[in-house]
Design a protein around this ligand. Structure first.
Ligand SMILES: Cc1cc2nc3c(=O)[nH]c(=O)nc-3n(C[C@H](O)[C@H](O)[C@H](O)COP(=O)(O)OP(=O)(O)OC[C@H]3O[C@@H](n4cnc5c(N)ncnc54)[C@H](O)[C@@H]3O)c2cc1C
Length: 427
């Protein structure tokens, strides 16, 4: 049977020790079968276990193998499309509910880290950096918007103030969110998996769900075993493939790439990001970066629509890093990797239920570290019969990408090219 290892990332190289988990070889029974051990699956499993459900998690590769173990590690609040867009597209009650939840994911992460003593280098403070004055204007209105939903740990940074938090000359200003921050993403996932097991949950690795027999008691088949469950949570996101064909039609896997430098000397690291905040710029195709605990710069950016793996990641991302930090021109890159996130046309998550007992959440479109933690809570609530918050997500409209499976990649790339041209020209 295939044994899929982690990609060769900085995170895999610096992961905390984790047990070797078996693959499923038997028929087992459970209350809830969770497909996928990324943040969505693990967060769902934890909330359900805390409420007394019996939970079995099937992971095709290893815990955190997908985006959850490869991402930029940035705790970014709200959704990939902000609440103002939601306010315009849904009714006031639904918008209010979704707005109230927009900052909950970050709190869940911090609660999890504290409660289960997860060692994942959690740091507070994230900066949104504006390259154009239009972007700065957007941040000003975003601050007002977020404050309306009770999120007040925000500070606008003018040009001289942002220079005090990041040694980059590209920015006109920014916004500091002290409830943002950063983590070692794979170690967060591994810590959550250990928490799942501490509560009696069982995780099988190298155990892809290859077929779901739907019905009153669904049966989830892996190559060498079966799980009989009362409920299924589908949490495979961009790595799910066509297991649930209804979900594949309205979403598209996309790749984004990350590089990691060699450790920087203390003085250089401190000069780049003196307060150790993480930063993402406000471009449509954005760059994001932060320091690791051992003072490497972790820098990500770019999007490959359709999730083809680029041949030379360093050649794509290093020039972006040097544009922001020319002072790193002699610094070596130790790691480069790619990972997939799942894009929806609206850039809002796709949440719902198939039949009576198959639940899903996917497609948070780039910003998912916080949302996926919230999703676990909302899915667990729905399984327990409290579906008001789940319904607020499930009722968001979703549409297929123009061009169907064949043309959606070039069409979406053209759209992104248009938006990034607008960023470059500042309109
Ligand atoms: C390179 C990169 C950088 C990013 N940076 C950030 C960031 O800094 N901040 C932020 O907020 N968001 C970021 N994101 C997005 C964020 O990481 C994701 O939204 C989030 O991790 C998705 O979590 P998930 O659990 O839904 O999916 P994933 O973490 O992808 O997990 C899905 C899991 O399901 C498994 N699986 C799939 N199919 C099956 C099957 N049939 N059977 C069993 N298992 C299956 C996969 O192996 C995988 O482990 C980034 C994403 C990428 C790729």
């Amino acid at each position: 049977m295939a044994n899929t290892p982690y990609p060769q990332s900085y995170y895999a190289a610096s992961a905390n020790a984790a047990p070797v988990r078996p693959s499923l070889q038997d028929d087992v029974e459970t209350d809830v079968c969770v497909i996928g051990a990324g943040y969505t699956g693990l967060s769902s499993a934890l909330f359900l276990l805390e409420k007394g459900f019996k939970v079995t998690v099937l992971e095709a590769a290893k815990v955190g193998f997908g985006a959850s173990g490869r991402n930029g590690g940035q705790i970014v609040n709200s959704y990939s499309r902000d609440i103002d867009v939601i306010e315009r597209s849904v009714g006031p009650k639904q918008a209010q509910l979704l707005g109230q939840m927009a900052f909950e994911g970050g709190r869940i992460i911090r609660e999890r880290v504290a409660k289960y003593q997860i060692q994942c280098d959690l740091k507070d403070g994230g900066v949104f950096a504006a390259i154009t004055s239009k972007q700065m204007g957007h941040l000003e209105s975003q601050k007002r918007l977020w404050e309306r939903y009770g999120h007040t740990q925000l500070e606008l940074l003018d040009q001289s103030r942002i220079r005090e938090v990041v040694a980059c000359d590209l920015y006109q200003g920014g916004m500091l969110d002290m409830s943002g921050g950063h983590i070692h993403p794979l170690n967060l996932a591994l810590g959550e998996a250990a928490a799942v097991e501490s509560l009696g949950g069982v995780i099988y690795e190298q155990s892809p769900a290859v077929r779901i027999e739907r019905g009153t008691n669904p049966v989830i088949h892996t190559p060498q075993g079966k799980v009989r469950a009362k409920f299924v949570i589908v949490a495979g996101n961009a790595y799910l493939g066509n297991l649930v064909p209804e979900l594949a039609a309205k979403s598209m896997p996309c790749g984004t790439q990350v590089i990691t430098t060699e450790p920087l000397n203390d003085e250089l690291a401190k000069s780049l990001l003196p307060q150790d905040y993480c930063v993402e710029d406000c471009n449509y195709l954005l760059d994001y970066y932060r320091l690791s605990a051992d003072k490497r710069l972790i820098f990500g950016g770019g999007v490959v629509y359709g999730a083809r793996d680029p041949a030379n990641i360093e050649a794509i991302i290093r020039p972006k890093m040097l544009k922001a930090f020319p002072q790193l021109k002699d610094v070596k890159i130790d790691y480069a990797w790619t990972g997939n996130f799942l894009l929806t046309l609206s850039r809002l998550p796709q949440v719902g239920r198939l039949g009576d007992n198959i639940y899903y959440s996917q497609g948070c479109s780039g910003h998912g570290v916080t949302y996926t933690h919230l999703a676990g809570k909302v899915l667990a609530e729905a399984l327990r019969g409290q579906a008001e918050r789940f319904d607020a997500f499930a009722e968001l409209p979703h549409y297929p990408f123009p061009g169907g499976q064949l043309l959606r990649t070039p069409f979406t790339a053209m759209g992104a090219w248009y938006y990034s041209l607008r960023d470059k020209l500042g309109f």
